[in-house]
Design a protein around this ligand. Structure first.
Ligand SMILES: C[S@@+](CC[C@H](N)C(=O)[O-])C[C@H]1O[C@@H](n2cnc3c(N)ncnc32)[C@H](O)[C@@H]1O
Length: 309
């Protein structure tokens, strides 16, 4: 039986997956500890560059401008919070259910000298105080943890947290068909990712629209995730001895199998990755987003580091 309903259960599931140890994740993630699909502008590019380009892509799609209040739901190790505050001059706030991630992110914010402009809390997004509002909201790799039947409540809460005219970017893994149990999902549920569930993109968009969002942009990045997960596998294998010493042979092999299976599934297309930008309608104004993608994809120089005030 699935017990999506309790926050305590979700907290335990997240700790199981993410609190394995920061040092273990550092053995295969990029230097900024981004744990979601990278964006390969160069199809043979390296992981660090592709993750930097992904962070930038998210910021551009959200049309971040200095002074914007950005909420990053499920911020992981804080990579987007730091990137957006540093390069786009926003006030960035992230929440994660993993204590280990929040600790790591706080240290990264201090190292970057961004206290006062960036913050990460160990907190469930459902516990954010009522009345809090943001101009932009990102949720990168979170929907996989939400549970399909909780989507309506999830999107309704995001809608409430967003200012009218604000933008929401949802980046998540999808399943080609409706989710159903198999030996693969049982393995993931038991050993890797308790409470994980994947939906198809059509249904996700339907629920998003029913939550009164306007869908503004949808982009498929499946091939990018096939390469990302493959690069994670190669890096983990290259660090096999250190991984075994840190987390045991069993956990090392379990993660290797899970990442390799994910890479094959992305390559074959049984799972996918979509970035969706949606807007909260503002009856008093036209939408904040321009009507073409040109400014998002223009190969302009990356924005200079914003000066700390
Ligand atoms: C796959 S990680 C992605 C992390 C980060 N966005 C990135 O791109 O590297 C998923 C994140 O969602 C967080 N998460 C899941 N459910 C959450 C909830 N109810 N409230 C806050 N964070 C949550 C996890 O703690 C984790 O940080």
């Amino acid at each position: 039986m699935r017990t999506w309903e309790t926050k305590r259960h979700d907290q335990k599931a997240i700790s199981f997956h993410y609190d394995v140890s920061n040092d273990f994740y550092a053995l295969f993630l990029d230097t900024r500890m981004v744990y979601t699909c990278a964006y390969y502008r160069d199809p043979n590019g390296d992981l660090d560059q592709a993750q930097a380009d992904k962070l930038d892509l998210v910021c551009r799609k959200l049309r971040l401008t200095p002074g914007d209040r950005l909420l990053d739901i499920g911020c992981g190790w804080g990579s987007l919070v730091v990137w957006a505050a540093e390069r786009y001059g926003v006030e960035a706030y992230g929440v994660t259910l993993s204590a280990a991630q929040a600790e790591w992110a706080a240290a990264a914010i201090r190292r970057a000298g961004l206290e006062g402009r960036a913050r990460v809390d160990h907190r469930d997004y459902r516990d954010l105080p009522p009345g809090l509002r943001f101009d932009k909201i990102a949720a990168v790799g979170v929907i996989e943890h939400i549970g399909i039947r909780n989507y309506a409540a999830y999107f309704a809460r995001v809608h409430e947290l967003l200012e009218p005219g604000g933008l929401f970017l949802n980046h998540g893994i999808t399943h080609e068909k409706h989710w159903r149990r198999s030996s693969q999902t049982d393995f993931l549920e038991r050993y890797v990712f308790p409470n994980g569930e994947l939906d198809n993109v059509t249904h996700t968009l339907d629920v998003l629209e029913r939550a009164r969002f306007e869908v503004l942009d949808v982009e498929a990045l499946r091939a990018h995730y096939a390469r990302t997960t493959r690069q994670w596998v190669e890096r983990l294998q290259a660090n096999a001895d250190r991984a075994r010493a840190l987390v045991s042979e069993r956990v090392y092999r379990t993660w290797l199998l899970y990442l390799a299976a994910a890479s094959v599934s992305f390559r074959q297309g049984s799972i996918g990755l979509y970035q969706v930008v949606a807007g909260r309608r503002d009856p008093a104004a036209v939408t904040a987003a321009p009507t073409t993608r040109e400014s998002v994809y223009a190969r302009a120089e990356r924005p200079a580091l914003a000066r700390a005030s």
